[in-house]
Design a binder for this molecule. Structure first.
Ligand code: SF4
Ligand code: SF4
Length: 546
């Protein structure tokens, strides 16, 4: 472990690191544009120059490896001047169009100008080089060449991460500019990440630009619900509804505007796929179910739960516990699945069809997986792939009247050729049951046959945990309020258990502590130990995965 001092403070650093990495590890910020921890080092922007004792010239912190007893200074007059000159050089031909720039408020040029430069331009505005303004690089990304500082982060992302090489530096010297070849648009499945890595307003998101000023948004750390990888992300949403329970809440409050990648080296580095990045739009893609109803009549959820419990109890009393079951969704949180298993006395399955065969398969070499559910692994850990045999067998059992009443939890994350078949099976299942309850995020015609229909909170509208394909349990957070009377499934299950005489808190953290007491792989964990980056749990046994 090399010992180094930074600004007179002694640190021990890991071997093989550079100065900037060591400074990042101890929370000391060295300015940078071209350096990004996950795309390879370039050393071109000259923003990270530092003084190293015994070296006559300033050295770039991003390319200089640590040596034992190195003495680094980032706070001298020489360093401050070097950063200021680098800033002046980078801004020489910049259009300074912050008032109409979508990056304004989160632009590194703005931040570093205020912190390190503060100079007046020596270059007359009318003589600045004009370049091409906002044009499409691909379906998700626009480029403004005038704002580009040629840090090459975007080039290195497509070269080193996706290995698709769409973005290049064209021409030389003063004429250098970022672009794509005409016949090769930026349309790889991870293209949106170049917007995240661009430190300035040169690359902007076609989906997000001009929808909201970033200083009006609140960021909530969460994980993607788009597949079983569980990439870490931040949900940027309007701030009013973030606390929940806000009086006068309406459909337009608590809107999600975008998601951006959040670094977790154990899961997704800094990246999201485009499908996952845009998956929040599914919250509004189809009509949401706002209110509970019983055979077409609108009812408050709280008034229906006692009737639902009474119906399940009377069927249990007449036909036995085995006549009542539930079909959960692998989009439900561990907390919801666990309480569902408790209320339905273990008679719970979650398998709908083909996706079960795919749950360990990758979709590509980077992040995407064929299982488009965030919590298949959690459902397996909780033992929900048991003798009930999945949707088709449940349908058969209902048609043979061996099962008479069910709760079906449904989130429309169905993909693939068999989606229609699954919906037909669900419709037949409801038809065959004596009594059925469907909790759903969206209002679909096939659910109307259920005796009771309950609106359910979706991803980003509830707090809980998902366990990803590699066995990492992570917290998914509530960023916005669910519409109308919709509630998280774990709350509905806790209330049913309370009606059954089992005292259960609706606090998901308390439910997780119960999980940790009962499920061996989760022992010793709670929301604090899981933290913002998740925790590894014991893998699902091989025989369950087969
Ligand atoms: S477009 Fe952005 S990321 Fe790409 S080189 Fe220019 S400033 Fe850097
Ligand atoms: S790879 Fe999966 S988890 Fe990651 S962003 Fe894409 S859909 Fe979401």
């Amino acid at each position: 472990m090399p010992k180094i001092t930074i600004n007179g403070q002694l640190y021990e650093a890991a071997k093989g690191k550079t100065i900037i990495q060591a400074a990042d590890d101890v929370g000391m910020e060295i300015p940078r544009y071209c350096y990004h921890p996950d795309i390879g080092i370039e050393g071109s922007c000259r923003m990270c120059l530092v003084e190293v004792k015994g070296t006559p010239k300033l050295l770039p912190a991003c390319t200089t490896p640590l040596a034992d007893n190195m003495e680094v200074r980032t706070d001298t007059q020489r360093v401050h001047e070097a950063v200021r000159y680098a800033m002046e050089f980078l801004l020489l031909h910049h259009p300074i169009d912050c008032p109409v720039c979508d990056q304004s408020g989160e632009c590194w040029l703005q931040d570093y100008y205020m912190a390190h430069a503060g100079h007046d331009s020596r270059y007359p505005l009318g003589q600045k080089t004009r370049r091409r303004k906002a044009f499409n690089l691909g379906p998700l990304v626009k480029l403004d060449q005038e704002r580009c500082i040629l840090c090459t982060r975007c080039v290195r992302f497509t070269r080193n991460v996706t290995k698709t090489n769409e973005i290049q530096v064209f021409s030389r010297g003063h004429n250098s500019e970022i672009g794509i070849f005409e016949d090769r648009p930026l349309n790889n499945p991870y293209s949106g990440n170049v917007v995240d890595v661009c430190p300035v307003g040169a690359l902007t998101s076609a989906d997000f630009r001009f929808k909201a000023r970033v200083w009006f948004l609140k960021g909530t750390d969460s994980v993607c619900g788009g597949c079983s990888t569980g990439c870490n992300l931040r949900i940027d949403h309007s701030a009013r509804a973030a606390g929940g329970g806000i009086p006068g809440y309406t459909a337009t409050d608590g809107k999600i505007y975008r998601t951006v990648g959040r670094r977790n080296v154990e899961v997704n580095m800094s990246w999201l796929c485009d499908e996952g990045r845009l998956s929040f739009h599914t919250l509004e893609r189809w009509p949401r179910l706002w209110h509970a109803n019983a055979q077409g009549e609108q009812k408050p959820v709280s008034s229906l739960l006692p009737a639902i419990h009474a119906n399940f109890e009377s069927i249990r009393a007449e036909y036995g516990d085995g006549a009542v079951a539930a079909l959960a969704s692998p989009t439900n949180t561990n907390e919801a699945l666990f309480l569902m298993k408790k209320y339905f006395k273990g008679h719970v399955d979650f398998r709908l069809g083909r996706e079960v065969d795919l749950y360990q398969q990758q979709q590509d070499d980077l992040l995407r997986r064929l299982d488009k559910h965030p919590n298949t692994h959690g459902a397996l850990h909780l033992g929900l792939a048991g003798e009930l045999g999945g949707l088709r067998r449940l349908r058969d059992l209902a048609e043979k009247k061996e099962i008479r009443a069910m709760w079906i939890s449904f989130h429309p994350q169905l993909v693939g050729e068999d989606a229609q078949e699954i919906i037909e099976d669900l419709r037949r299942l409801i038809e065959a049951l004596d009594y059925s309850v469907v909790s759903t995020t969206h209002d679909f015609a096939w659910t109307h046959g259920a005796d009771h229909l309950l609106p359910m909170a979706a991803w980003a509208e509830e707090k809980g945990t998902y366990t990803n394909y590699s066995g990492r349990v992570q917290i998914t957070n509530r960023a916005v309020m669910p519409p109308g009377d919709a509630q998280p499934l774990h709350v509905l299950m806790a209330e049913l258990l309370n009606l059954a005489g089992v005292e259960v808190s609706i606090d998901p953290g308390a439910v997780f502590e119960w999980i940790a007491r009962e499920i061996p792989g989760y022992a010793g964990l709670d929301y604090d130990t899981i933290g913002s980056l998740g925790a590894a749990v014991s893998p699902v046994p091989e025989e369950v995965l087969r």
